[in-house]
Write a protein that binds this ligand. Sequence first.
Ligand SMILES: C[S@@+](CC[C@H](N)C(=O)[O-])C[C@H]1O[C@@H](n2cnc3c(N)ncnc32)[C@H](O)[C@@H]1O
Length: 445
Amino acid sequence: MSQLSFFEKDEVLTKAPVNTVNHTSCQRIEDKFAHLLHEDLQLANLVSYVGNKGIPVLRLYRYKEAFAFSFVEDFISRFGLGEEDYIFDPFCGMGTTLFTASQKGIPSIGVDKLPIATFIAQTLPLFYSLRPGQIRDAFELLKTRVQQAPPAAVALDVAIMKVAFPPDTLLALRKWKTAIDSLESPIKDILLLLFFSVLEPCSYTSKDGQFLRLVREKKIADPEEALENKVNEAERDIQLVRNLKWDQSVRLPSVYPGDTRDLTEITFARQPTAIITSPPYANRYDYTRTYSLELCFHFVRNFAELKDLRFGILRSHIESKVDSHEQPPHPVVKEVVDILRKRGKLLNNPRIPDMLTGYFVDMQKVIREWARVLAPGARVAMVVDNVRFEGELLPVDLVLSEMAEEAGFRVEDILIARYKGNSSQQMGKYGRVPVRESVVVWSKP
Ligand SMILES: C[S@@+](CC[C@H](N)C(=O)[O-])C[C@H]1O[C@@H](n2cnc3c(N)ncnc32)[C@H](O)[C@@H]1O
């Protein structure tokens, strides 16, 4: 596909009447896809993690950017997928898509760049292989070892690690980490997952904001007590799964740590017949900050490795860098980036135009990879959030859909799951203009 084609089309269309002088491309793309935009507001509760609070096992680790089990169930049913299908989640996160597919007996494969995400996605299905009481027995054994355990090596040169814990708590957590590391898999991985889930309550940090916030006045949990509670929750869930008679012989998904911008190294069993996914949003959010405690305890040895990860994920955060030759790959993105660049130093954060450029260059690569690896007839459902910076709305759902068309997909539907307000700061300045969170539905002819 040629990148020029978007721009050629846009030049022709700029001659059509438009509502505003400055937003020619945005108006054109809204008009073009208007007939495919449909409200489906019952999806609102499914596109967030909240829906997973009632799902045994999946609720043991809070990956707050996840969507819900029932969202995946819903699209498995809309697409009529069955055991003969092969579902791919190229941004698998904690593995909600893979977990749900396994429950339905559908083979699946996932990729994620963040090692804590692939670890959780690989480990959650292992809970099914445990007998009731097994985690508690392992925990009781660890209690006898933990006092003698030397503190595990963790990435102490990362700034947040110096302030996130009281010294006694940090020492206790490091000893627990050593004790857990002495176990054999899968029980070791299971306890590590539970351990990662108590890092936030045992720290002065909170994942509730857009970033990992330091909350000095927070009451901090005791590591042993927090772990014991988590072990009890896990035991309860294992029992629940047995009572629910969920299939214990679930098909284990394949999970790869990798970069979905280049899938050449990924071994697919065959061509996937569906994608159910959600990429990072172009909203400045940095996964390597939100999950920095988990990363520093196990997945990176020092700040340099954490930084490598930060610059290796999709460019959706504010520190993203662009090469001098990289330009906005779509006229709508160019239009918004140009408007924002003209504001120069007046911009709240002058790095936003670079982030948007990098984001869409990356997403264009991603979509082309999907067009390459998917089976003919495959369907795609992807949750995306539109964004608004300094009053400038960017219809991410439509831009990505047009990129998908250029890569050979057919755009079937753009389902509006919910409307989000914007920050109170923006509202005061620009008025309340809701921003769509949508599910784009594409198919490969
Ligand atoms: C919105 S989350 C997906 C959550 C997932 N749907 C779930 O239910 O857990 C987006 C994911 O994209 C991952 N990611 C970021 N850059 C990536 C890349 N280049 N390749 C693969 N995954 C990436 C992030 O680590 C994050 O887990």
